[in-house]
Write a protein that binds this ligand. Structure first.
Ligand SMILES: NC(=O)c1ccc[n+]([C@@H]2O[C@H](COP(=O)([O-])OP(=O)(O)OC[C@H]3O[C@@H](n4cnc5c(N)ncnc54)[C@H](OP(=O)(O)O)[C@@H]3O)[C@@H](O)[C@H]2O)c1
Length: 289
């Protein structure tokens, strides 16, 4: 009798223990899943408190145009700029409520800054500014006009836009500045000297702004985008490799934006090239560049 009572008691205890163990198992499972999700913060779990607003400078073609489309599809309110503003008419018709455009030539810095401020006002604020506008010429003969044009857009225009956007975010005490530079900025090249130098300038300029946000303890994110080759009118596809479509590039840039990356290589495999380049001296590289 005593034996059977003991056995029953043991059975009850085991059952209870099992229940507790199962409950604990479920709890541990949920803790594990939430830790992983919080750490890796996947795109689909991002819940924005309010509709995000972005301005893309240089949105009329290529990478900027594809990124503009991605942002609109994701529900952003988007302001798009460029000189050939008529190229955005279709998007304007399709996304009338959330799409704003402003014609802008960033080499005319004073007008461009004024237009930027007007666009921000029209949109009632902006959270993300992408400086994508850029030009590049293959220039083995060092045609001075081409060199100066490159500097006017990629350096002077770039700084004007970074300056107005940064100051806006500074006084608002938040924001995200994204600059589209290039892998070309990591390496000199004999046939595109102004282009590679201007892209190196952009990388350094963005780094300096990031340092400033740290020093001033401001929650402003600065993202450098470094594309390799993207299939736009800027490149000769025949002579390029690992060429991404503008849509692929835009998707990856969007990923870098929402994950608030400091730096993103487009596509990711170009990170390997960037790494290898660090170890090869120019005394060797110059024979091939
Ligand atoms: N394609 C590549 O392989 C590659 C690789 C690395 C980096 N990138 C960089 O990616 C960015 C976009 O280039 P993309 O390949 O997409 O070439 P793209 O199709 O020629 O686009 C260039 C964009 O910049 C705008 N832009 C040029 N000059 C401007 C000016 N003075 N004022 C205002 N906007 C101006 C253009 O608009 P409007 O002409 O209408 O003004 C256009 O929207 C550039 O910064 C480029 O250096 C491209």
């Amino acid at each position: 009798m005593i034996f059977f009572t003991l056995l029953r008691t043991i059975k009850i205890i085991i059952k209870k223990q099992n229940k507790i163990f199962m409950k604990n198992k479920i709890l541990i499972f949920f803790i594990l899943v939430s830790t992983i999700l919080l750490k890796y913060n996947p795109i689909y779990l991002r819940i924005e408190s309010e509709q995000q607003k972005a301005i893309v400078i240089g949105a009329t073609s290529g990478i900027g145009n594809a990124l503009t489309k991605v942002l609109l599809e994701k529900g952003y309110i988007v302001g798009a700029t460029g000189r050939r503003i008529n190229l955005l008419d279709d998007l304007k018709n399709n996304y009338a409520d959330i799409f704003y455009t402003k014609q802008m030539d960033i080499t005319k810095t004073e007008d461009a800054i004024k237009s930027f401020n007007e666009l921000v006002q029209k949109m009632n604020g902006v959270d993300v500014v992408v400086i994508n506008a850029g030009v590049g010429f293959v220039n083995p003969d060092l045609d001075l006009d081409k060199e100066l044009q490159t500097i006017a857009v990629n350096v002077t225009g770039f700084v004007a836009m970074a300056n107005v956007a940064y100051k806006y975010f500074e006084q608002r005490k938040s924001g995200h500045l994204v600059g589209v530079s290039s892998i070309a900025g990591l390496i000199s090249n004999s046939i595109v000297p102004a282009y590679s130098a201007s892209k190196a300038f952009e990388i350094n300029y963005l780094n300096s702004l990031r340092a400033k946000t740290c020093k001033d303890n401001l929650p402003i994110t600065i993202t450098e985008i470094l594309p390799g080759f993207v299939d736009t009118k800027m490149i000769n596809k025949e002579e390029a490799f690992w060429v991404a479509t503008p849509e692929e590039a835009a998707k990856q840039i969007y990923g870098a934006i929402i994950n608030k990356k400091n730096k993103a290589y487009i596509t990711k495999r170009w990170a390997l090239v960037a790494w290898v380049l660090k170890f090869i001296p120019y005394s060797i590289l110059n024979r091939f560049l």
